[in-house]
Design a protein around this ligand. Structure first.
Ligand SMILES: C[S@@+](CC[C@H](N)C(=O)[O-])C[C@H]1O[C@@H](n2cnc3c(N)ncnc32)[C@H](O)[C@@H]1O
Length: 211
């Protein structure tokens, strides 16, 4: 294994701890980034049924109004912490997002915060198809991930290249995946969401396609 692989494995083990994950993310400014994501992009209203894919410890609940929340994550330690921390605020499911099993048209909004860059194209496609099926007509999927971009700061590029997620893409890569499952995909690249140089790609996907 090359040095980068070893570094990534080490970071993966340390950040698998829910407490260290939340502390580390907040030190970088993730709290503010989540607040902006919820306010400007997710725009979830009281009572909406929200499915949060790759929810982690469900930190996003600190920013949400009284939605009907379902969080889904492969890491049982994250789900355990979410259940304890946000008891009574939602349902928390341990499971792989590429094997999502939810009734059709059962959600108003699906979020996937920092998840697509952990998944292969095939896993993304399975997750996005299931997300599209799970949305009611008029529903929306909103995503955010690190991305590579022309002209981005070399520091941002270096940090992003050392992310735990091994499938960071450019905006067009993320869009291409989403456009297979949604008739309308709007995307935006931002470099101002964290305290450190960093580049994010956000997508707002509507008009779910049959797949
Ligand atoms: C960077 S964290 C983001 C967590 C949370 N959405 C947030 O914004 O803080 C990525 C999350 O995706 C989850 N994840 C990665 N691959 C997954 C998969 N195949 N199925 C379900 N969850 C997955 C990880 O366990 C982790 O909680």
């Amino acid at each position: 294994m090359h040095a980068g692989g070893k570094e990534r494995l080490g970071a993966k083990r340390i950040l698998a701890s829910p407490r260290i994950y939340t502390w580390f993310e907040n030190a970088l400014g993730a709290h503010r980034a989540r607040e902006i994501f919820v306010r400007e992009y997710l725009q979830a209203a009281e009572g909406e049924r929200l499915l949060d894919l790759g929810c982690g410890p469900a930190d996003v609940l600190d920013h949400l109004p009284g939605v009907d929340y379902t969080g889904w994550d492969a890491n049982p330690a994250y789900i355990e912490v979410a259940r304890r921390r946000y008891a009574g605020r939602g349902n928390f499911v341990t499971g792989d997002v590429s094997q999502l099993d939810v009734p059709p048209e059962s959600f108003d909004v699906v979020s996937a915060m920092f998840v697509l860059h952990h998944l292969t194209d095939v896993q993304c496609s399975l997750m996005l198809a299931a997300a599209a099926r799970s949305l009611r007509p008029g529903g929306r999927l909103v995503t955010i991930d690190p991305c590579y971009a022309q002209g981005q700061s070399p520091i941002a590029r270096w940090i992003i290249s050392h992310d735990r997620g091994a499938f960071v893409r450019e905006e067009k890569g993320y869009r291409g995946l989403a456009e297979r499952h949604f008739g309308r995909v709007r995307s935006q690249v931002r470099g101002d969401l964290l305290r450190i140089p960093y580049t994010h790609c956000l997508m707002f996907c509507t008009e779910p396609l049959d797949s």
